[in-house]
Design a protein around this ligand. Structure first.
Ligand code: NOJ
Length: 589
């Protein structure tokens, strides 16, 4: 067995043309299986009018960036009318655009522009809850209203006066701190909000709610969108008896998660939605955000025959850096074998039924290069590329979050005042009031806050990174002088060039799309090695996921004699010695 791949240098990562042609009007069944999705968080992408907040015309002006990268789909985080308590995930009108982001005409132009650039558009669908300023909720506040039952209303706990401590109908905590119930003085009853008090949960038990949601979705399909990313969709079916939840010692609230996630009617609702909107019939892309979903749940929900969803976002791999029994802010290291095995379980678990989504980043997660890579100047580029290699060579539909293709790193905020995110700000207040040291809290925020993902997109090395001519709503990362799209697009060795090559490889190689996955060396602490096999084609991925050099033992991997290097992070290197964060994709002879 030779330690050397063939002697030919790996192909240079030179730019290839993006999508030259518009998308076909007709969507083919399963078109999303070889697609790559790019997520835009509008507030942080590009500001066209100088108010410091990104907007829709800003996105339209940058479609060349997406087309050059070669992505197939744009997932647009919410641009709907919203009081912006949770940056648009609190929607007060599902069918209009918030003036902060532009107009419906701007959105139509964006959809048209995407389609002309060969990019399909997936809208965010946030229907577990509305804003408390949505007309449905405004009406529902009146106990006599026909819409009262569209939300979850309950009287105070028996024997407690409304508004007194412990009077909430259950002991549940909300995701953004505090109790999950808010007293409405109008009726003296509480309403349920699993997120902020400005995000009341819709009652999906009520068929009128479901019909109204489906009708709204149909109108978006008629407007030309190609699918939906469904926000916390596995929370729509809850345990209707609303019991108290287990509450750990010293915990201010009980954790309702098991009572509200993956509830008894979830499959029924998803299948009904699919049928009523024609999701599968029209080959729309559907991806459900499903925290706490297991492989069994994902298999069921994405089983084609059941016509529910195409894929789900699991949280298993992004929950690994939580200390046992803790919450997201209780930090823990993730040994590489644990991360590898998690992704492997999902690869194997959904090999015969269903389909995986693949992601490192989104607007809720810290930046992957800081989280699982090494964001020091020495290793940032190579580790961002290698994490990209590993993810994109798994089986499933990869999602790229804005700036990931540049290797953008965490924000580096040091003080509370730098944060804007409701979850982060509320957590700081609650944790410090319970006696946690402020330094411990700010350390957790620096590692885990959602604002790490939300610093403005870094277009160039000018003062506000080319994001805005005004004052950005959230500070720009000072590293934009080096890490920016203009520099990356000029540099054939950049993270951008590497992501482009990964995306092109998926488009050209069926084995990347459909090959059977097999993890090798599961317990190795530096190497992430796996094969993909389809018919006679076999790919071998060798990745050094550490900041120290490593040599692959030739007896541990298939014979690489005569293998073709399809993609590599480091030019002109062959053999089984891997530099820090070096990775290669080989097609075995
Ligand atoms: C998940 C979204 O991704 C997150 O940003 C939001 O805060 C919650 N759902 C509530 O909508």
């Amino acid at each position: 067995m030779s330690p050397h791949a063939d002697d030919a240098p790996p192909p240079a990562e030179t730019p290839t043309a993006g999508h030259p042609t518009p998308v076909p009007a007709r969507r083919e069944p399963g078109w999303w299986r070889d697609a790559v999705v790019y997520q835009v968080y509008p507030r942080s992408f590009a500001d066209s009018d100088g108010d410091g907040v990104g907007d829709i015309p800003g996105i339209t002006a940058h479609l060349d960036h997406l087309a050059d990268l070669g992505v197939d789909v744009l997932w647009l985080s919410p641009v709907y009318r919203s009081p912006m308590d949770d940056n648009g995930y609190d929607i007060s009108d599902y069918e209009d655009v918030d003036p902060l982001f532009g107009t419906l005409a701007d959105l139509d132009a964006l959809i048209e522009g995407c389609h002309a650039h060969g990019i399909r558009v997936v809208m965010d669908l946030v229907v577990n809850h509305t804003s408390d300023e949505h007309p449905w909720f405004v009406e529902a506040r009146d106990p006599a209203s026909p819409k009262r039952d569209w939300y979850w209303w309950r009287p105070p706990r028996e024997g407690h006066a409304a508004g007194t401590p412990g009077a909430e109908p259950t002991n549940w905590g909300a995701a953004f701190s505090g109790p999950a119930w808010h007293l409405d003085p109008h009726s003296g009853e509480y309403y349920l909000h699993l997120f902020s008090p400005k995000q009341p949960d819709l009652n999906w038990e009520n068929p009128e709610v479901r019909s109204a949601v489906y009708a709204m979705m149909r109108r978006w399909v008629d407007r030309g969108v190609d699918g939906f990313r469904m926000d916390v969709i596995n929370l729509i079916s809850k345990d209707v008896s609303l019991p108290d939840a287990p509450q750990g010692p010293g915990q201010p609230y009980g954790s309702s998660f098991d009572l509200v996630a993956n509830g008894p009617r979830l499959d029924e609702y998803l299948a009904e939605m699919n049928r009523e909107v024609g999701l599968t019939d029209q080959h729309l892309l559907t991806v459900g955000e499903m925290p706490g979903s297991t492989i069994d749940v994902a298999r069921r929900v994405t089983d084609e025959g059941r016509r529910e969803l195409d894929m789900v976002f699991t949280f298993e791999h992004v929950d690994l850096d939580v200390a046992p029994g803790g919450v997201k802010w209780d930090l823990a290291d993730v040994p590489l074998p644990v991360l590898k095995r998690s992704l492997e379980r999902w690869q194997v678990g959904l090999a015969d039924v269903g389909w995986n989504s693949l992601y490192w980043n989104n607007h809720d997660q810290p930046r992957v290069v800081s989280r699982f890579g090494d964001d020091s100047p020495e290793h940032r580029v190579a580790s961002a590329k290698t994490l990209g290699t590993v993810l994109h060579l798994h089986r499933g539909t990869p999602y790229v979050y804005q700036g990931e293709e540049l290797g953008m790193a965490n924000a580096g905020f040091e003080t509370l005042e730098q944060y804007r995110d409701i979850e982060s700000v509320n957590y700081h207040a609650e944790a410090t009031s319970l006696g946690l040291a402020a330094e411990t809290v700010t350390r957790s925020l620096a590692v885990k806050s959602r604002d790490n993902a939300r610093t403005p997109m870094q277009w160039d090395d000018t003062a506000s990174a080319g994001f805005t001519t005004g004052t950005p709503w959230l500070a720009v990362n000072p590293d934009h002088v080096d890490v920016n799209a203009a520099a990356a697009r000029r540099d054939p060795q950049s993270v951008f060039a590497h992501y482009r090559a990964l995306i092109a490889l998926r488009h050209s190689d069926e084995c990347v799309v459909d090959g059977r996955f097999e993890l090798l060396l599961p317990d190795h602490e530096q190497l992430w090695v796996f094969t993909r096999t389809l018919g006679d084609e076999r790919l071998l991925v060798l990745a050094n996921c550490s900041s120290e050099a490593v040599t692959v033992d030739p007896s541990d991997v298939p014979d690489v004699v005569g293998a073709e290097v399809l993609l590599a992070t480091h030019d002109g290197r062959t053999g089984l010695d891997l530099a820090p964060w070096e990775s290669r994709v080989l097609r075995l002879a």
